[in-house]
Each structure stands twice: as C-alpha cells, then as structure tokens.
Design a binder for this molecule. Structure first.
Ligand code: MN
Length: 214
C-alpha cells in the first residue's frame, strides 16, 4: 500500500523569521504535520485490516479519522508551499484580475481572508479557494481540517488558525500572526495553483446566471 510521507520544508526552519519563529516551524512541521501523516497511514492500515476481517463495525470512525488526517496532511503541505522568505507584496496577472473581479480588489480580499482566519471558533483554517462550478474565487473557513469544505473547490492559499501555528510566539494575539503572514505569501506558487485549478472541470452544468469567465 502506498503510504503518505512527510515532505521536507522548501526552506530552513528559521528562514521565515521574524514573522514565524524557527521554534514554531520545527514543532509545527516535525511534530504536528507528522502526526497527521502518521494518522492518515494508520487509518489506511485499519481500513485494510477491516476489509481482510470483513469487520466494518468501526468504519464510520475510520472514515472520519481518514478525512481528518489526510486533510491535515494536504493543508499543511499546501501551507508550507504557500510561504517563502522572499514573499509578500501582492499577486499580478490573472490572479490579480480575478481577485479584483471576485472581491472588488486586493485590499478587500486581504481583509476578508484575514477576518475569516480571525473569526474561526476553535481549530481550523481560512482558505482562498477556486470554485470550478461558478468559476470564481471564494474564501472558506475549514473547521478542524475538513468541515465546511465547499465540495469540488480547490484550496489555493491557506492560513493555519490552530493555536499550535502561533501560540509559542504570538500568544493570544493571533491577528498579529495572520497579519504577519502577508509578508510571506509566495504569490508565484498561488498563481501556479490558480492556473492549474482553472483547468479542472467537474463535468457539471455551470449553473450561474452569468456566462462564466473563460
Ligand atoms: Mn498546523
């Protein structure tokens, strides 16, 4: 069975300082992210065992564990790629145009996404997503890693709003952490994800009252 693996960070632990400390990055990647990878593999193994024994008594719990841990693995892998020591500023090209169209400008998008992160109750994520049905950009709040997901949507940029993402450095001032991330966004990465996501076709009728953008 193919197992999930923990990817290396694409930069050194300390290279996102002063915005994110090396201590947080080491703990967040080596311990927290790894726990989701291990949890995803454990769920796969338990499912394999359930099939062999033809005993699906715990199937619902295993499905929940699989969704939680695989989603945690996906979102952390994405978060690391979304950040760079050379980040910040703002996007250009097609992504900038789409943010203007769907949010009324970069400043409105930034305010909405930061607020989405700041108002999560409990543990979760804020995300910029591409909705391939309406062919538009949306923000989302994911509770834990997987609740309130707009099905079919593709996350392009994510903000980890779990306490483990900031508490060692920012304590209860989580909005300062969310604001600091705007110095680190790797817009080249987000733009590449946007270009790839727009090629996704769910094979559904595009039920909006406007002709979708090309
Ligand atoms: Mn995290």
């Amino acid at each position: 069975m193919a197992r999930y693996v923990l990817p290396d960070l694409p930069y050194d632990y300390g290279s996102l300082e002063p915005h994110i400390s090396a201590d947080i990055m080491r703990l967040h990647h080596d311990k927290h992210h790894k726990a989701y990878v291990d949890g995803a593999n454990a769920a796969l193994e338990a499912l394999e065992e359930a099939r062999q024994k033809n005993d699906f008594a715990r199937l619902a719990a295993l499905e929940r564990s699989l969704a939680f841990n695989v989603s945690g693995h996906v979102l952390h892998s994405l978060f690391w790629q979304n950040l760079t020591p050379d980040g910040g500023d703002r996007p250009t090209g097609d992504l900038a145009s789409a943010l203007d169209r769907d949010f009324g400008g970069f400043a409105h998008f930034r305010a909405q996404l930061t607020k989405a992160a700041s108002t999560i109750m409990g543990s979760g994520w804020a995300a910029l997503c591409w909705d391939p049905l309406g062919r538009r950009l949306l923000t989302a709040q994911f509770h834990d890693h997987q609740s309130e997901v707009t099905q079919g949507s593709v996350p392009l940029l994510v903000i980890d709003a779990w306490e483990h993402a900031y508490y060692l450095q920012y304590k209860n001032e989580k909005v300062q952490f969310f604001e600091a991330l705007w110095n680190l966004w790797n817009w080249e990465d987000v733009e590449a994800r946007f270009a790839a996501a727009r090629r996704l076709d769910l094979g559904l009728v595009h039920v909006t009252d406007e002709q979708p953008a090309p």
